[in-house]
Design a protein around this ligand. Structure first.
Ligand code: CS2
Ligand code: MG
Length: 404
């Protein structure tokens, strides 16, 4: 059955924050959507898609998902990288959406069917003090979450990763030039162990407790913190060191059994093959949107399964509901699922991206509609024009750049 692509377009919209969406239409009028948002570099992906990808899709068979992935990956000659792989992801995800719609099945059925009834998620508890964060963890537990990430502001630092200003929801990207934020690893290391001590004293050990160190420590600092946190039995310590330095994790592993997670900034299996095959991590955080779509994420997760590494896909609000919908189909089908990050999008985002997934008792459940169970309302999208926004940068007290 011929299903030629007759249109492939890129929709940029900003309902609360910038999103880039690929929408593909076949000759039969079947449409599919894919998330291609790269926080702070959105227009680089838009340019790559509109100039070098979408024109090449017209006339191709929409059913040929793998061949299209290989065509876009190998055909570029210049391989990998966040822009290329996010662009490929947008196309790939849209083609899976189309295939599900044509088959009349939710995408997880095309990926092998259910391996679990629900997708366990973790929420983000934050606070400007340890007390505030401890209370916020309690509120997530009351809402039925079985896994909670805890982050707290660091005394003496104006602005810390993961902490919204005056209790606001946390959205790191801001309009205008990148915000310059201060960082001090010694101040962080002096403060953060107490957070987990207080959380466990207050709420016990009957739930999964996570923390994101966000790339900022040296291997030795990370080894020390991971060891210090062992009594608090974290579900994971995320991004302890800059993720691209795969061998740094050997140092941490030598000193601690605290589970480690990394990978949200990775865009291909080549970024994490050693981390996985040497069992240097326990969870791989690669996402549908930034790691080449469903097709490539499945490859990463299959390699992970072989080595006892589980999934923990990135799910911050700069990944659109299209990404979350696709992630839930992958999470539902794979055997080595760990946890799914879940930062609920704000209402105006959900209005642009109507979807069928829903939250209940600490889990998310994918739509049972054919395809991904998500769409983009193009009229609503038009009413939220793009505005350049950048992620912050981090500087040490002497003014030198650090990892944000
Ligand atoms: C974070 C993100 O969700 C996470 O684990 O690392 O908030 C990350 O900083 C943003 O997605 C970057 O755009
Ligand atoms: Mg993170």
């Amino acid at each position: 059955m011929s299903m030629k692509i007759v249109d492939a377009k890129v929709i940029v919209t900003s309902p609360g924050r910038n999103f880039v969406t690929v929408k593909i239409t076949t000759e039969d009028g079947v449409t599919g959507v894919g998330d291609a948002t790269l926080n702070g570099r959105e227009m680089a992906v838009v340019g790559y898609l509109t100039e070098h990808v979408c024109p090449l899709l017209i006339g191709r068979e929409a059913s040929r998902i793998e061949d299209t992935w290989q065509y876009l990956y190998k055909g570029a000659y210049w391989r990998r990288g966040p822009v290329t792989m996010t662009a490929i992801a947008g196309v790939d995800t849209a083609l899976w959406d189309i295939k599900g719609k044509v088959a009349g099945l939710p995408v997880y059925q095309l990926l092998g069917g259910r391996s679990r009834d629900g997708v366990m998620v973790y929420g983000h508890a934050q606070g400007s003090t340890i007390e505030e964060t401890v209370d916020e963890v309690g509120r997530y537990l009351e809402r039925g979450y079985r896994a909670v990430r805890a982050q707290t502001a660091i005394p003496g630092l104006s602005g810390t990763y993961g902490i919204g200003s005056d209790g606001e929801r946390y959205e790191p990207a801001s309009s205008g030039l990148p915000e310059e934020t201060p960082w001090s690893t010694p101040a962080y290391l002096n403060h953060v162990p107490e957070l987990f001590d207080r959380v466990r004293r207050e709420h016990g050990y009957g739930f999964h407790l996570l923390h994101d160190a966000h790339h900022r420590m040296s291997p030795n600092e990370a080894a020390g913190l991971a060891k210090a946190l062992e009594p608090f039995r974290l579900f994971w310590l995320e991004d302890p060191t800059p993720a691209e330095d795969q061998t740094a994790f050997r140092r941490i592993r030598e000193h601690s059994t605290t589970p480690l997670a990394t990978g949200e900034i990775f865009n291909s299996i080549h970024d994490c093959d050693r981390l996985i095959t040497e069992r240097l991590i326990d969870y791989i955080r690669t996402s549908v949107t930034h790691a080449g779509g469903i097709t490539h994420l499945r490859r990463i997760l299959s390699l992970a399964e072989l080595h006892g590494v589980r999934s923990g896909s990135h799910g911050a609000t700069d990944l659109s509901p299209v990404c979350m919908a696709a992630a839930l189909h992958v999470d539902t089908a794979i055997p080595n699922f760990g946890v799914q990050e879940y930062m609920p999008h704000e209402e105006r985002t959900n209005e642009v991206f109507p979807h069928g997934y829903h939250f209940a008792d600490g889990h998310l459940y994918p739509s049972e509609d054919p395809g991904l169970g998500v769409d983009i309302d193009e009229n609503a999208a038009e009413s939220h024009p793009y505005e350049p926004a950048y992620l912050p940068v981090a500087r040490l007290h002497d003014g030198s750049m650090h990892d944000w």
